[in-house]
Every structure is written in C-alpha cells, then in structure tokens.
Design a protein around this ligand. Structure first.
Ligand code: KG4
Ligand code: ZN
Length: 340
C-alpha cells in the first residue's frame, strides 16, 4: 500500500489529492478560479498563477486534514508538468518539488492529458484496449488505450477544443464563462431540438475541428439579425428563447460530431472493449447519455467519471503517479514544466 500526494495547477483550478493505492481517493479538494476569470470571458494566465500561489498551501492543508494524513506518511508526490499555462504549471511544480526535496520523497511529473485519459479508473475498472474520448476547454482527442500509461493518439482537434466552442459561443450569445454548463442547461430547456442545423465537422479525416462550427454559429446569428458583426454586439432579438435555441442546436451538433468520430474510430479498432468519455465536457449529461447509448448498440462497455473527476482535479494525477511509482518511474528534483 502506498499514499500518493498530487498537485494539479495547469489552468484555473488549484487541486490537491491524497490517494491510497488500496482504498482509492482519500481527499480531492479543489479551489476553482472561475469567479476570478468570468469577467474576462476566459482564463487570464497572470491571474491564474497568482491565485495558485495564494491557494496551494490552503488546499494542501485541506487535503491532508480530510484524508487524516501527514506529509511524512506520503510515499510519493505527483504533479502536473504539462500541458497547460506555463506560469500556472510552475506554481504546482515548484511547490511539489520543494516538499519532495525537503522530505526526501520521490517526485513524479505527470502529463495532464494522461491524467484525464485514466480518470475513469478512479471509480471503475476499465478493460483494455479501449477508446478514450477526452474533451475539455483546452483539448479534444481520441486515444486508443492499451494499458496503464500506454496509449496512442487516434484523432485530435486541428484548431479549437470542444469546450472552447461552448465557451466562445456562450460568450457571444451573452451566457458568460464557462459556457458548457449553461449551454447544457439552456439546451435542456429547449428540449435538445436541432433548430438551426449547424454544419457537422466538414474535414474528411478523423480529426476534430471546431473553429468552423463556432464561426457557423456566429454567421447564422448574423443572418438572423441576432448579432451585429460591426459592433460585435448582440441585438435585442437575441432573447432567452433564442439563446436556448442556439444552445440546443449547438449541443445536438456536438453530439453528432462525437458520434461520427467514434464510429470511425470503432471501425478502425474493432478489438476495443469499451469507450470512456473524460474531461470537463464529459460533465455533460446529454453527451454522456448519447455516447453510452452509442456504446450499447455496439455491445461495448461505457465509462465516464463523476463530475468531480471530469473537470480538472488532482486525483487523476495521483492515479497516474501511482502506477508510475509502481514501475519506479520517478523524476529528479530538477524536474521542470514542459512547454508542449
Ligand atoms: O477539463 P476542464 O475542467 O479544464 C480543461 O482542462 O480545459 O474542462 C473545462 C471545459 C470548459 O470549456 C467548460 O465549458 C467545459 O469543460 N464544460 C462543459 C460542461 N461543464 C464544463 N462542457 C459541456 N457541458 C458541461 N456540462
Ligand atoms: Zn483538463
């Protein structure tokens, strides 16, 4: 049995976790900076890193108390080193290294995306090989996952991420940041009807592209006199009912894009046993249910983490740290962030 302490500060969440390799997650506190960035419609790196500096000690203390653990009881320390905002990653990485060095604990640098890829394992055992759809504010990709730490990229976004599409459209139609949760709520209020039939992914390879979708929503709104391109402002016609219709059409379109890419990937890898859906966008119940139904029709198991492990969290970093520790894959104390 061993205890992994993990830090995650790659973007706008200051997260710390205490993970027991036998009992699972003992503590998973997280300070979300959403309120600090909402006014700007996106994450401001300088504000993010300052807030991480302020909060990381507080969140660490919260984690240790909740897990009834001391730093001395920790066997290894894991930390996200990439990808992410460099100034934000630096806070967690320096903090984790300082503790590891002072207490002579091994340190493990973790890829944030690898954390998301294995996040479904925090609550369930997923069979290999499986397909993992990772969708967040910064990334959207499909992976073929063959073992712990062994995965290959099947498809990636060539421009915006899925979450970014929600965030940008939400901002444009006046629903604020982050867009995902409010788009989901408004779409539900419009009963997930595809009012405006935005174009589905038009690129012909398996990769994702969402910047065209975002632009299509914008030009459709201009065409309907809902948005003025010159003043970059919404018109009075863009009322709540319209916001609901746009949200609903966008979410249905996103569902169809995901379905098509999953169908392509399933055809390419017939040996897969399951599909996982992870990352912040996987908090979306409508998308989750659609992918679960898709998996069921293909007799594949489906796994997706609960909301706390979909959005950025340190437990997923601890989980990767745990299997790396088991394989003695430790880093040196001069571990640095990576600019990927
Ligand atoms: O994984 P995450 O917390 O951070 C990144 O690594 O980016 O994902 C944040 C993203 C945001 O773009 C947010 O709008 C989206 O996840 N998101 C959602 C939902 N909740 C959060 N997207 C769709 N539906 C949701 N319910
Ligand atoms: Zn993430």
């Amino acid at each position: 049995m061993s205890i992994i302490l993990a830090f995650e500060t790659s973007c706008d969440e200051t997260a710390v976790a205490v993970y027991d390799t036998q009992k699972g997650v003992l503590a998973n506190p997280c300070f979300s900076q959403i309120a600090l960035h909402a006014h700007f419609g996106g994450v401001i790196p300088e504000i993010a890193s300052r807030s991480h500096v302020e909060k990381i000690g507080v969140v660490l203390q919260e984690a240790l108390t909740a897990a009834d653990t001391t730093l001395e009881m920790v066997d290894a320390i894991a930390v996200t080193t990439h990808p992410g905002l460099p100034s934000a990653l630096l806070v967690g990485t320096c903090y984790a290294k300082a503790i590891a060095w002072a207490l002579h604990k091994p340190i493990i640098g973790v890829n944030h995306l690898e954390g998301h890829i294995f996040s479904a394992f925090l609550e369930q055992n997923v069979p290999f090989p499986h397909l993992c759809l990772t969708a967040s504010g910064g990334h959207t990709a499909l992976y073929l996952v063959t073992d712990f730490g062994r995965y290959e990229l099947v498809a990636h976004t060539v421009d915006d991420a899925a979450g970014e599409a929600f965030d940008k459209v939400s901002q444009m139609i006046g629903l604020g940041y982050p867009g995902g949760p409010i788009i989901e709520q408004y779409a539900a209020e419009a009963h997930f009807v595809d009012f405006f039939q935005y174009p589905r992914a038009s690129i012909h390879d398996i990769n994702f592209s969402f910047s065209g979708l975002k632009t299509a929503v914008l030009y459709d709104a201009v065409k309907r006199n809902l948005y003025n391109l010159e003043t970059k402002k919404r018109t009075d016609l863009l009322d709540k009912a319209m916001q609901q219709k746009i949200a609903s059409s966008l979410l249905v379109c996103m569902r169809d894009i995901f379905m098509r890419k999953l169908a392509d990937a399933c055809a390419r890898y017939p040996s897969i046993q399951a599909i996982t859906f992870v990352g912040g966008v996987a908090s979306n119940t409508y998308l989750k249910q659609a992918i679960a139904a898709f998996a069921a029709t293909r007799k594949l198991a489906f796994y997706s983490p609960s909301r706390q492990f979909c959005t950025d969290n340190a437990s997923m970093i601890a989980f990767v740290g745990a299997y790396k520790a088991r394989r003695q894959e430790f880093d040196q104390y001069d571990l640095d962030i990576r600019y990927l």
